[in-house]
Design a protein around this ligand. Structure first.
Ligand SMILES: *Cc1c(COP(=O)(O)O)cnc(C)c1O
Length: 392
């Protein structure tokens, strides 16, 4: 299926029905022990543990099917499945660093990634420095001879800055630093990391790939040069994912494209409606022409997903609570990427250090689900009504 287009790859990648009695989907292998018919066969598996199954933690036909599908869909050599998106991030951060190294992390990075870098990496003698997500080629001035890893997240999943990935990757390559990108927002369908100089593409598959808010799963998709380092590290850390959760990831991939289209289209309609509310100062949606960095999104991305934010005028907490406590369709909770809409009031200030977050009001983040757009707008409209009433 070399020449196939993304939708076709997503539909078929990683499947081999005639190796499993013609059944369309692969079986879910629940495995710890793998038995060998002879000592020679056991030794052969030990000598080649990433190709020949030898213990459940190292891989099963279920994890390999998911990894083949991800690598085929996004490009990349091979993928490594781990137990959560955060486990994928920490695996990458540990695998490519040692005492005395320097790492550069975007100021827009997912909060728990920052916490891991600040509280764990530093304990092992790694210097952690944050950079302005909009720095582009200017990152060259921050690169040191001992910079071993440059970490990106584009767009940032809280503040939605679009990074100039190829420019940053080119600067990192000058000193041989590995380029790690959290590609969760775009999914393997909307941004092609390996065409832009990325070495390791991370997905919190928990989000759009699983797509139904019912599993935790992470994956690191790697270039050939990065794969061995990442796989060995993941095996040493013991961060294997459970087979049922991996199966949910593989099943989610089959419908990712149609779900994303709906998430994306509805998110643009919601963003448009929100932009016309007097309490909304700015809309942060990468696919809107007024978004800072929109030209980079147009240059590098193939489509939009459904996660975006708006910056609200400052309001007292009780007014925000009046809005959020009584939504009927939007759920109040962490995560995103599932079929159901979510909304959260957030403050980016505690998770910035290289840049100052200048906005003094709340940031409202929306994950646009698959509900009817009229019902979503009606729910938001009622929420804004409660907000206005609370301050009148
Ligand atoms: C949720 C998220 C993660 C972490 O994924 P988990 O599976 O929840 O551990 C990483 N990066 C981004 C951008 C996320 O939104």
């Amino acid at each position: 299926m070399k020449a196939a287009k993304p939708d076709t790859i997503a539909t078929h990648a990683g499947s081999s029905p005639f190796e499993q009695h013609g059944m369309v989907n692969p079986p879910v292998y629940h495995a710890s022990t793998v038995l060998f018919p002879s000592l020679a066969a056991l030794e052969a598996a030990d000598a080649n543990p990433f190709e020949i199954y030898n213990y459940g933690r190292l891989g099963t036909p279920t994890s390999h099917a998911f990894e083949r599908a991800i690598a085929q869909l996004e490009g990349g050599y091979r993928a490594v499945t781990v137990s959560s998106g955060l486990a994928a991030i920490t695996t990458a951060l540990l695998a490519f660093t040692k005492a005395g190294d320097h790492v550069l992390i975007t100021d827009s990075a997912y909060g728990p990634a920052r916490r891991f870098a600040n509280e764990e990496l530093t304990r092992y003698g790694v210097a952690v420095e944050y950079y302005d997500p909009l720095i582009g080629a200017g990152i060259d001035a921050l690169i040191r001879p001992n910079t071993s890893l440059v970490y990106l997240e584009s767009p940032g999943s809280l503040t939605f800055e679009i990074q100039d990935v190829p420019a940053i990757a080119a600067a990192a390559k000058r000193v041989g630093a590995v380029v790690v990108l959290d590609n969760t927002w775009a999914t393997p369908l909307h941004f092609r990391p390996f065409d832009h100089g990325v070495d390791v593409s991370i997905h919190a598959a928990t989000k759009y790939i699983v797509g139904h808010s019912d599993a935790m799963l992470g994956v690191l998709n790697c270039t050939e040069a990065a794969f061995d380092v990442v796989k060995r590290a993941a095996v040493r850390y013991g961060a294997a994912a459970g087979p049922d959760d991996i199966y949910f990831g593989l099943r989610g991939l089959r419908t990712l494209s149609v779900r994303l289209k709906r998430h994306g289209d509805s998110s643009l309609a919601l963003a448009d409606w929100l932009s016309r509310q007097p309490e909304v100062r700015h809309v942060l949606h990468p696919a809107r022409p007024d978004h800072p960095g929109h030209h980079l999104w147009r240059r590098d991305f193939r489509g939009t997903s459904g996660l975006f934010a708006v910056l609200l005028e400052p309001f007292a907490k009780h007014a925000i609570a009046a809005m959020f406590d009584h939504f009927e369709v939007f759920g109040l909770g962490y995560s995103w990427g599932g079929f159901e809409s979510l909304a959260l009031p957030l403050d980016p200030r505690p998770v910035r250090s290289a840049t100052r977050w200048g906005h003094d009001g709340p940031l409202l983040r929306f994950h646009t689900g698959l509900e009817d757009i009229d019902d979503l707008i009606r729910d938001l409209d009622a929420g804004f009504g409660r907000l206005r009433q609370a301050v009148s």
